[in-house]
Design a protein around this ligand. Structure first.
Ligand SMILES: [Zn+2]
Length: 182
């Protein structure tokens, strides 16, 4: 059986009663669930670029001309999806006891000698996009580099019109910072 787009929209927006949610969760996924989900998301965003893949509560990989870029629902663009978008975000590092205590009060507070909490915000709308809790000095984590061509071709059976090698290009960003310093 296949659920209607209205049912799925109510599901994603938290309007369905629990028995209905449980029924949907317990059944095998519809073959077209991803396409319907993306259609619902596309109707909600204020821009026209085609969503290829949602990658967070506010973030999407979209097709913009020949490029595939990360875009926030506010419209802010982070650039090529193969470069870690976090390197272009606003970053607040909770790296002192005082800053950590604001979210982990009292005995729950991690030791700032060992742990830091990094908050990544959208430069366009200020939305909190991701929180990473990592050892001090740990590289910025690249959460997800999907193989979009393989996903569309092998899983959805609908190959994208052009293809791109899913190569991690994050180092290009760091090298451009280095070039500015020298
Ligand atoms: Zn934004």
């Amino acid at each position: 059986m296949s659920y209607s787009k209205e049912d799925l929209k109510d599901l994603y927006e938290g309007r369905l009663p629990w028995p209905k949610i449980k029924e949907i969760m317990s059944r095998p996924k519809d073959d077209d669930r991803f396409e319907k989900y993306v259609e619902i998301l596309q109707e909600k965003v204020p821009w026209k670029e085609k969503i290829l893949l949602p990658i967070g509560e506010h973030l999407y990989i979209v097709q913009k001309g020949a490029e595939r870029i990360v875009k926030c629902d506010c419209g802010h663009e982070f650039g090529d999806y193969r470069r870690n978008w976090k390197l272009s975000a606003l970053i607040f590092a909770r790296d002192t006891r005082e800053k950590l205590e604001e979210v982990y009060p009292g005995i729950k507070c991690p030791w700032p000698e060992f742990c830091e909490v990094r908050e990544f915000y959208c430069p366009g709308c200020g939305a909190l996009l991701k929180v990473d809790s990592v050892p001090v000095g740990y590289p910025i984590i690249f959460d997800f580099l999907p193989n979009l061509d393989a996903f569309y071709r092998d899983w959805l059976g609908k190959p994208l019109p052009t293809s791109q090698e899913p190569r991690d290009m994050s180092n290009d960003v760091i090298m451009s910072w280095r070039a500015k310093l020298s």
